[in-house]
Write a protein that binds this ligand. Structure first.
Ligand SMILES: Nc1ncnc2c1ncn2[C@@H]1O[C@H](COP(=O)(O)OP(=O)(O)OP(=O)(O)O)[C@@H](O)[C@H]1O
Ligand SMILES: [Mg+2]
Length: 232
């Protein structure tokens, strides 16, 4: 479903590579954790997967279609990124407008878009927040709204950047259960090892922009010597 072949990338005007020769494969329906110290390249990798960060070497395939080629837009539509900071994702005056925005932008008729937006808010149990301003919500509420804005676009692959950051234990459980129940192919960048172990059957460890290893979370997280080597 997601395949990277020797992918390298740099930010504009930077000479150092932020992603270095990364190859891996995620199967349809799999949940994979992306683990690494601050600055290891997790967010950059998710940005590369959505086409926001252009790659300078290698290839990314989404459901068999290469991301950077002519059909890139089709491939891009298959992925949805829930940002590390919901404030980077929610920018409209009302939650409802944020959920509606992507649908209208994609050219979906107003009536259908409106019913899909309302339905998604209700499905996530946040219908009562529809008329509220995203900037005045709690961290957990914002995260659910950001998730609604992504899910409503019906992506097949969900990319989560630190989905439990800033959440209290209860909100963490709510968001965790919600993510776990989604049938999508998922790639989850997180510092929360318990969360990764509960939700994911595999973990990729990123270290200074390179893929250090790819194994079962339980195997990796109990190897204290290697965890220290990876800065974890
Ligand atoms: N817009 C940017 N321009 C230039 N360099 C950047 C940019 N964003 C991130 N970087 C650099 O790329 C490297 C990887 O950053 P990235 O945000 O991908 O790490 P991360 O693993 O997500 O870290 P964290 O756990 O802190 O979120 C860091 O050295 C960072 O300084
Ligand atoms: Mg990050």
């Amino acid at each position: 479903m997601v395949r990277l072949v020797q992918v390298s990338a740099s930010y504009p005007q930077q000479t150092t590579r932020v992603l270095k020769d990364i190859s891996f494969h995620v199967l349809k329906g799999e949940s994979v954790a992306l683990i690494g110290a601050n600055g290891a390249g997790k967010t950059s990798l998710l940005l590369a997967l959505t086409g926001i960060l252009p790659i300078c070497h290698g290839s990314i395939f989404i459901d068999g279609a290469e991301l950077s080629k002519r059909n890139g837009q089709v491939a891009q539509r298959k992925t949805g990124l829930v940002f590390q900071n919901p404030d980077d994702q929610l920018f409209m005056p009302r939650v409802y407008d944020d959920v509606l925005f992507g649908l209208l932008n994609r050219g979906i008729a107003e009536e259908e878009a409106e019913s899909r937006a309302r339905e998604m808010l209700d499905r996530l149990g946040i219908g009562h927040l529809a008329e509220r301003s995203p900037s005045r919500l709690s961290g957990g509420e914002k995260r659910l709204c950001a998730l609604a804005a992504v899910l409503v676009m019906e992506p097949e692959i969900l990319l989560f950047d630190e989905p439990t950051a800033f959440l209290d234990p209860k909100a963490r459980r709510t968001v965790g259960a919600l993510i776990q129940a989604l049938p999508h192919t998922k790639l989850i960048a997180t510092h929360d090892l318990d969360f990764a172990q509960t939700l994911c059957s595999r973990a990729l460890i990123l270290c200074s922009g390179a893929l250090a290893t790819d194994d079962a979370p339980a195997t990796l997280f109990t190897d204290s010597v290697r965890m220290t080597e990876w800065g974890l």
